[in-house]
Design a protein around this ligand. Structure first.
Ligand code: ARG
Length: 578
């Protein structure tokens, strides 16, 4: 589809400018559809030809643009060539547009757009994505929810683009807090309650023991003692810790399943504990570990070697820190998984931490640290539920589900859904995800349930609603394979707009992958929904002549599958009825 048109235009450019089609193909961008006027399908920025040495930087750009445009010929594929300021616009034959787009969609709706030539410029390989990474016994805050859904999206996207993806959850399962938790559980814990609601119980114990530790010195020293025993692998201490960890992981797995999220590996800070001493030894051997007056171990990260920037990797008692464990974890992962790139997803407060981590790896001589990336995101304010401030992930999902159930009960169409609770769950989650993905990830935003769950406007509910409507249309009218498509029935402005928009899917995926930002895909899908809803309202299937009806059904079914595959990449499970 898009490749076919890009290639045809490129072959003309080769004829005039020389070079090869491969050079021109990525320079041709599909023009977004505008609601107000019809736009050309493809655009070439002439400055790119100057940059690539095909045009002269000396001569006036507008003159060169005009001359090049005159040399380009219209033919059976390219219908019109026009110029704008420094750009050349191409309009393609609309019959071909419909035929190419819809036949590719018919051949393999799942991979539509994903095999496009412009995506071949992306590096492929093994990608490790680390996301979610909550801390045992602590609050699962909105930041963890964001990390979970953003990381899931990045992993899905990388996978869809042909990478071998490894999904890792790096739990906060080690550190002084386990000394407190251990002591707290011995004093206040109940195995019964642990079985009933592990996350809640561990959290309560942790909060309570922290309170006691504030004014009771003996609690503090018991906790320090417990943690020491843990570090020395005391069997009993470890046994209790293991129980906390296992039960927590089990609970999380269940909740992640509701979100449609999964991991290949549950790792955590504890896993790399033993390796941290090796890391410190390596740093020492390389002459990178400096001891300060206070006895702590630091790595100088400044360019001038004047300690204007440094990272502390060892406490004065010789124990490791968060960053030391991260260095050990990165080295372990490289060894075990042999990844080509590694992506960490956390809120932006950890940006400095990750920049330091990558820098330490680089000064240690690990050149692959250049392919480690931190994807930071902003804060969410005001995420609360009827129970109050959000403490547990499940509370947010439950709240979304309940509110969605309530909305569905008030609408007439939803009565027919066979499993309303599950549907409400999925739509509620979609709404959370889309709301979160609409803006740049770095931006902070204020959470608002009313806005999140609106059925109209740019929400996850609207995406789901449009998808369900299309599914219902296809159910009613059948979606049998057509060998013949009469594209002349898809020449009205509404059909053409949908088709033209479909032409841009590969470019949107490319941009999403280059920037690791979901917002391009989100606005693309929302626009697709607006365009197809308008087409659906004005282009009836029922009551139309058979070949007209069939052509329209092809358009709707193709759109429906692109919508579904885009939603799945975002981590949104498309519902067929609502
Ligand atoms: N558990 C950490 C937190 O809740 C996030 C872990 C991020 N990943 C890492 N490799 N440090 O803040």
């Amino acid at each position: 589809m898009a490749s076919f048109f890009r290639r045809t235009i490129s072959s003309q450019l080769v004829r005039i400018c020389g070079g090869s089609e491969e050079v021109f193909i990525p320079l041709l961008s599909a023009v977004p559809v505008s609601k107000r006027q019809s736009t050309p399908e493809f655009r070439l920025a002439v400055s790119a030809l100057v940059q690539n040495g095909f045009l002269s930087p000396e001569e006036d750009l507008l003159d060169q643009t005009e001359r090049l445009a005159r040399q380009l010929k219209v033919n059976s594929v390219i219908e019109e060539v026009t110029t704008g300021r420094g750009v050349i616009n191409f309009r393609v034959n609309k019959l071909l547009l419909a035929q190419k787009v819809l036949s590719e969609l018919r051949e393999d709706p799942q991979t539509f757009g994903l095999k496009s030539e412009i995506l071949r410029t992306l590096p492929r390989g093994r990608t490790l994505v680390e996301y979610s990474s909550p801390n045992i016994a602590k609050k699962f805050h909105a930041g963890h929810l964001r990390s979970t859904i953003i990381g899931h999206f990045i992993a899905n996207l990388k996978q869809a683009l042909g990478n071998d993806v490894i999904r890792v959850n790096y739990l906060g399962d080690w550190g002084m807090q386990f000394g407190l938790l251990g002591v707290g559980f011995q004093r206040l814990g109940s195995t019964e309650k642990l079985k009933e609601n592990a996350l809640q119980h561990l959290f309560e114990v942790y909060v309570q023991v922290n309170r006691e530790a504030e004014h009771d010195e003996s609690v503090r020293s018991d906790a320090a003692d417990f943690y020491r025993r843990l570090e020395q692998h005391d069997e009993q201490a470890l046994l209790l810790w293991k129980q906390f960890r296992e039960i927590t992981v089990q609970e999380y797995k269940r909740i992640y399943q509701r979100l449609g999220v999964h991991f290949d590996h549950y790792s955590g800070e504890s896993f790399h504990q033993s390796k941290t001493q090796e890391v410190l030894n390596d740093l020492r051997k390389l002459g990178l570990l400096k001891t300060t007056e206070k006895g702590t171990g630091v790595v100088d990260l400044s360019e001038q070697g004047d300690m204007s920037s440094y990272s502390t990797v060892m406490r004065s008692d010789g124990t490791s820190l968060y960053i030391t464990r991260d260095v050990a974890a990165a080295l372990d992962r490289k060894q075990i998984f042999g990844f080509d790139e590694m992506i960490y997803v956390t809120d932006k407060s950890q940006s400095v931490h990750f920049q330091q981590l990558f820098q330490i790896l680089r000064v240690m001589g690990h050149h692959w640290a250049h392919r480690c990336v931190h994807v930071p995101f902003g804060l969410v304010k005001g995420m609360s539920t009827r129970r109050g401030d959000v403490v547990f992930l499940e509370d947010v999902i439950d709240e979304a589900q309940n509110r969605m159930m309530h909305n569905m009960n008030q609408s007439k169409t939803s009565k027919a859904v066979s499993d309303p609770e599950q549907t409400a769950d999925q739509i509620g989650i979609s709404a959370l995800i889309i709301q979160d993905f609409k803006g740049p990830l770095m931006a902070d935003y204020v959470f608002d349930w009313e806005r999140v769950l609106q059925a109209q406007g740019d929400t996850g509910v609207f995406l789901q609603y449009t998808h369900a409507r299309l599914c219902s249309l296809l159910r009613t009218h059948g979606d049998e394979t057509l060998t013949h498509l009469d594209a002349s029935h898809l020449q009205d402005q509404r059909s053409v707009s949908v088709l033209q928009h479909l032409l841009r899917y590969d470019e949107v995926l490319l941009q999403s992958a280059l920037e690791l930002q979901p917002r391009y895909l989100v606005s693309y899908l929302l626009m697709l929904c607006h365009l197809v809803s308008s087409a659906h309202r004005h282009l009836p299937v029922k009551g139309s002549a058979t070949d007209v009806a069939q052509a329209r059904l092809r358009l709707f079914s193709g759109t429906c599958s692109v919508l579904a595959s885009g939603m799945k990449i975002l981590g949104v499970c498309p519902v067929e009825k609502m």
